[in-house]
Design a protein around this ligand. Structure first.
Ligand code: UD1
Length: 478
């Protein structure tokens, strides 16, 4: 962990000495209509570098709103969700600079409590700003968040938790159902007790940030965590937030245990941290090796954050080795592991269960394994739309509500290139993986969904030997 979260405190405004080119963020919209064209089947080999975690970065960018002075985040991925979050912070009045994979945020100039709705609707993580703004200014107005369309994604736990910290929360239906929250005492939040009905990652993040600046002590229970065999296991993104806030002057105890005790502070100070590697990107490339029956290595990776996937791929027959502390190698080369990978079942659940964000990619893999496999989605209630697109590529999949039976290559699945549509971020990634395994050309449309969460995925796959290109259709003149 120390390697990836190397925190230090900057009590005074931090001024980077780096002379590299900086990007100043503003809330401008960009429109993309490129497609990915993949010629398969691909044989991959070599090594790729994993980018920083999207979800940790989003939460930590919001957490910088709690801090006076500058915060410096290292290893922030250059993806559109992060750009959208940077735009939200800029809109509020924060100064956001990006250079060499780092982001520096100074929120001293924040002077708005109402977030731009258009930016807010682009990403789920934008909603994280509700906690810091409410705690700092005693009032906030935010639109309900966007993000992937993967089912009902209520924010009731965020709002009920904020009420437990002394705020009044109203849903304004005037325009698009905005949330208006203000401190009941007219000043700021006060410590309280709140038990989450479900260990929501997002609600845990919101309430940690809010409680860090509340007056008094807050106890949050059933937060995103899990015990394995009696040993507390950290929900990675939640622990990152706790570390960042603590290094910024907050006092949070119990990260990883299911109960957080937070002593609120009136002032937090900007600090510096290194974002951990994205475990979902690690998992996606591990599955890329498996689906193409190839051997690739990747770093930096934290093996314990993908232990569930390691178990499942090993069960299928892949050979997974840890080359050093932060390098994983996955081999599914037939000469070493045999001609076939065996199908296996998965059921998604909160960390350290099987990650819902890897369910679509696993579904693509299972179409190339032997036998039939059961995929159960228990976190989100409508996260199966990629099955329809995989079917266009020749997959045989039967979906029933939140479960799917995936028939393997000996039971009717046979992947063959075709035009398909990325309907959400991880579903789009599953189409790339299927396209790599399919015979012929796969064209993936709406790749802006994929680029929300994967940094240069086409370039990384090209480095590994894939025939994938981005192409932008010429504009039609009317
Ligand atoms: C985060 C991640 C997302 C990941 C998910 C689960 C970000 C930006 N996104 O999403 O990539 O797939 O964790 O690991 O970090 N729920 C409620 N009420 C609430 C909040 C959540 O009922 O107030 C429910 C949701 O509908 C869902 C479940 O809790 O069924 C899990 O959601 P949650 O852990 O909050 O996921 P997100 O934070 O939205």
């Amino acid at each position: 962990m120390a390697l990836f979260c190397n925190f230090s405190i900057f009590p005074k405004p931090f001024v980077p000495s780096c002379s590299s080119q900086k990007t100043q963020f503003s809330n401008q919209n960009t429109k993309q209509d490129s497609i990915f064209r993949i010629k398969g089947p691909a044989a991959l080999s070599g090594h790729i570098t994993i980018s920083g975690s999207k979800n940790s970065s989003l939460a930590l960018l919001a957490a910088t709103l709690c801090c006076s002075g500058s915060s410096l985040l290292h290893n922030v991925p250059n993806i559109s969700d992060i750009q959208a979050m940077a735009s939200i912070l800029s809109f509020l009045g924060a100064k956001v600079e990006s250079f060499d994979g780092k982001m520096m945020v100074n929120s001293d100039g924040v002077d708005k409590v109402e977030v731009d709705s258009e930016e807010m609707k682009k990403i789920r993580g934008g909603f994280f700003v509700i906690g810091p703004l409410l705690a700092r200014f005693g009032e906030v107005v935010v639109a309900l968040p966007g993000g992937c369309d993967i089912g009902k994604r209520p924010v009731d736990l965020h709002l009920r938790g904020l009420r437990a910290l002394g705020s009044v929360v109203e849903l304004r239906q005037v325009q698009d159902g905005k949330v208006w929250a203000h401190a009941a005492n007219g000043k700021g939040l006060v410590g309280g007790r709140f038990r989450l009905d479900y260990p929501s990652v997002g609600a845990t993040a919101t309430l940690m940030m809010a409680a860090s600046m509340a007056d008094g002590i807050t106890v949050l229970s059933n937060v995103a965590k899990v015990m394995i065999g009696g040993i507390p296991t950290d929900e990675p993104e939640v622990v990152d937030i706790a570390h960042f806030l603590n290094h910024s002057g907050a006092l949070i105890e119990g990260a990883g245990t299911g109960t957080l005790v937070i002593w609120g502070k009136s002032q937090l100070y900007g600090s510096e941290c290194v974002i951990r590697p994205d475990r979902i990107e690690v998992g996606t490339f591990m599955i890329a090796a498996a689906i193409t029956r190839s051997c690739i290595s990747m770093s930096p990776a934290i093996p314990s954050s993908v232990s569930c996937l390691i178990d499942k791929l090993s069960e299928a027959g892949c050979k997974i080795s840890q080359l050093d502390q932060h390098t994983l190698r996955v081999s599914a080369v037939p000469a070493y592991v045999g001609d076939d990978l065996r199908g296996f079942g998965i059921k998604t659940s909160p960390f350290p269960g099987f990650p819902t964000d890897l369910q679509p990619q696993i579904m693509a893999l299972l179409t190339t394994c032997t036998g039939s496999s059961l995929v159960e989605e228990s976190v989100f209630d409508n996260r199966m739309t990629h099955a329809r697109e995989l079917q266009k590529l020749g997959a045989r999949i039967q979906v029933s509500k939140s479960s799917a039976i995936v028939f393997g290559k000996d039971e009717g699945s046979s992947l063959c290139g075709s035009p398909v549509i990325a309907r959400d971020l991880r579903g789009g990634a599953s189409l790339i993986l299927a396209g790599l395994a399919a015979k012929g050309t796969t064209e993936i449309h709406k790749i802006e969904h994929i680029e929300r969460g994967y940094e240069k995925i086409d370039t990384k796959l090209q480095i590994l030997g894939a025939d994938i290109e981005r192409s932008t259709p010429l504009p039609v003149l009317v």
